[in-house]
Design a protein around this ligand. Structure first.
Ligand SMILES: [Fe+2]
Length: 145
């Protein structure tokens, strides 16, 4: 167990919560721009879902075990849950806030990976930062000025 594997475990948990939030927003969004939000939330949850496996496998590569119990995931996660039922703008700003929290966590983990001289993991995290920055741009651009 290292600081890096601990950071990666929290990221797995945060991404499970983030993925489920984006997926739930994809299901429940309503309004005149339904199709655009439905599709944007889908792009985000599909990407986040795919990344969870890679975070978990990096934990295994570093010799530790990946969290998989829902109770453990909820214990580890630092992202706020949400009670938004249907409003597209509220969902978008909430998901943007969670996404920005994830970026901050990813940047911390990137520094930890470099500190532990784990360049492969650092490269993987750098790619994930890039992707979440794209989601921040697209979510922010979807909010009315
Ligand atoms: Fe769907």
């Amino acid at each position: 167990m290292t600081e890096l594997t601990e950071s990666l475990k929290v990221l797995v948990a945060d991404l499970v919560v983030f993925k489920f939030k984006a997926h739930g927003y994809h299901w429940n969004v309503e309004g005149k721009d339904f199709s655009e939000y439905h599709a944007l939330f889908e792009n985000i949850y599909v990407d986040a879902d795919g990344s969870i496996d890679l975070f978990a496998e990096n934990i295994r590569k570093l010799g530790d075990y990946a969290p998989y119990k829902i109770s453990r995931v909820l214990q580890l996660s630092t992202l706020p849950e949400s009670d938004v039922t249907s409003n597209a703008q509220t969902m978008t700003s909430d998901l943007l806030q969670s996404n920005d929290m994830l970026i901050a966590k990813l940047k911390q983990a990137f520094n930890v990976a470099n500190g532990e001289n784990e360049q492969g993991v650092a490269n993987f995290i750098a790619e994930r930062i890039d992707m979440h920055q794209k989601w921040s741009w697209q979510l922010r651009a979807s909010l009315h000025a």
